[in-house]
Design a protein around this ligand. Structure first.
Ligand code: PHE
Length: 465
């Protein structure tokens, strides 16, 4: 029996979905706190370099690989290589599952905060108590369970509707809305006292703040934010037509992703500095700094603006969780020929359960809260999973992708696929750039950074001081 595979309706549909996948908690929640922890503008600069010099070529390659193979992430490596190469795809699918397991927990916080601000009493928490409030919130069992479960179900409900009616339609609706809400909030933030201090921290680089941790954090962030290294874009790429221009699509997606991250910083840092807070707050940054501001806006404006913000965070997260879920779903549908509906809800439930230790690692259960010790501090179960499968796993997936293209599939096949829908590609400067990055820069650099990160981060061997 041949099962008809889904498709995006056109380039806009694909771009909306891929940008939806890229833009998410990574941009609005993670990027600002990573920037805050890693020295501000210096981190921003390295992140931008990683995005343009490595992320963009890798994105083009993933989409081309998927479109060429017309199948899921494992199947793509299997088909264009062999079963051994398929392991790269399998590793990507594993990373996707593990990332979704904790991502959904954070999405649940965003959902919970939205409900608390609009229907609850988040705005009557004492001004100095938001940090404690967030700490207590994430340590609470029932709220987290309910909201993250609801978020996973919502994700499933969209994915089950398929590529065009589910993923594409949702993304086309949410993405423009997200931009609008973000711009509105930034305009407000700029009017606050001390906003300029925040802008300076964010935009004036202090190069002495750069060290090897800045580099691997920025690289990991670039991969995470662009949804690279685990096959999301191989999967989405398998749903587009031969006449689409991959380069143009990837450029728009990259630009949208970078813009939203950049704008999120432009929103958060003025807010943080206007309240005399520290930008090094960590994962609680948006959950602590922002509600305080919403509180100060007064009950009506606070509910309106704050509600809009957390709704935006939920939208951004939702278009990413659907792409994370689609990767293993596509694998089971394409490879094992299982019915989509059963697969979607089965996997959603399974991944939700895998996420429970992450959910319980924020204070609810001490064992998961102080799960490991490295980088000079206690790490929660959520930190460990995020470090392993996102910060290290995604660039590693990118490394293996480039090795696969360089040694097995070959760049001439890559170029051939990219030039479909883009006739001028072969012989262009861009082609030369992409090929050098894929065959030389990425294998060397990503390979080296992988080794250094594992040694330095997990094993405490300080190579670069
Ligand atoms: N890019 C998403 C974000 O920034 C996260 C993500 C990673 C989604 C990997 C899909 C694949 O939030």
């Amino acid at each position: 029996m041949v099962i008809k595979r889904g498709r995006f309706s056109n380039r806009l549909g694909f771009v909306a979905a891929a940008a939806g996948s890229a833009v998410g908690l990574g941009n609005i929640w993670k990027f600002p706190y990573e920037t805050g922890e890693n020295g501000g503008a210096a981190f921003l600069l390295i992140y931008l370099i990683c995005t343009i010099a490595i992320g963009f070529p890798v994105m083009i390659s993933e989409i081309a690989l998927g479109r060429k193979a017309q199948t899921d992430a494992y199947g793509a490596y299997n088909k264009l290589g062999n079963r051994k190469w398929g392991l790269i795809g399998a590793f990507g699918i594993l990373c996707g599952i593990m990332i979704l397991s904790f991502y959904n927990v954070v999405a649940g916080w965003a959902f919970g905060y939205f409900v608390q601000i609009v229907f609850g009493d988040l705005l009557s928490v004492g001004l100095d108590d938001y940090s404690a409030h967030f700490g207590a919130y994430v340590a609470d069992f029932w709220d987290n369970l309910i909201f993250s479960f609801a978020f996973m179900i919502l994700t499933g409900l969209i994915v089950v509707r398929g590529i065009k009616d589910g993923i594409e339609t949702a993304s086309k609706f949410f993405m423009p809305l997200l931009f609008l809400i973000l711009i509105g909030l930034i305009i407000y933030a700029m009017t606050l006292n001390n906003a300029m201090e925040g802008i300076k921290f964010y935009l004036l680089p202090d190069f002495s703040a750069i060290n090897i941790k800045t580099v691997y954090s920025a690289l990991g962030q670039a991969f995470f934010s662009l949804s690279l290294g685990m096959g999301a874009l191989i999967t989405y790429g398998s749903y587009i037509k031969k006449k689409e221009n991959i380069v143009k699509s990837a450029a728009v997606v990259t630009l949208a992703d970078v813009s939203v991250a950049f704008l999120a910083g432009l929103l958060i840092f003025p807010l943080v500095f206007s309240q005399g807070q520290q930008p090094t707050e960590g994962p609680g940054l948006v959950f602590v700094a922002l509600p305080k501001i919403f509180h100060e806006m007064g009950p009506f404006m606070g509910k309106f603006v704050g509600g809009s913000f957390f709704l935006l965070l939920c939208f951004a997260a939702l278009t990413s969780t659907i792409s994370l879920l689609e990767v293993p779903v596509a694998y089971l549908v394409d490879e094992k020929k299982l019915p989509r509906k059963r697969v979607v809800f089965g996997l959603a439930l399974f991944i939700f359960i895998i996420g429970l230790p992450s959910m319980l690692s924020q204070g609810a259960v001490p064992f998961f809260t102080n799960f490991m010790f490295y980088e000079g501090g206690n790490k929660t179960f959520l930190d460990v999973i995020s470090d392993m499968f996102s910060e290290v796993g995604l660039p590693l997936g990118g490394f293996m992708l480039t090795v696969f293209i360089g040694f097995k599939w070959k760049t001439k096949n890559l170029s051939l696929e990219i030039s479909k829908g883009n006739p001028g590609y072969e012989g262009s400067f861009l082609e030369k750039f992409v090929n050098i990055v894929i065959t030389t820069v990425c294998p060397l650099l990503l390979g080296l950074i992988f080794v250094v990160t594992v040694l330095q981060k997990f094993l405490n061997v300080q190579i670069f001081g």
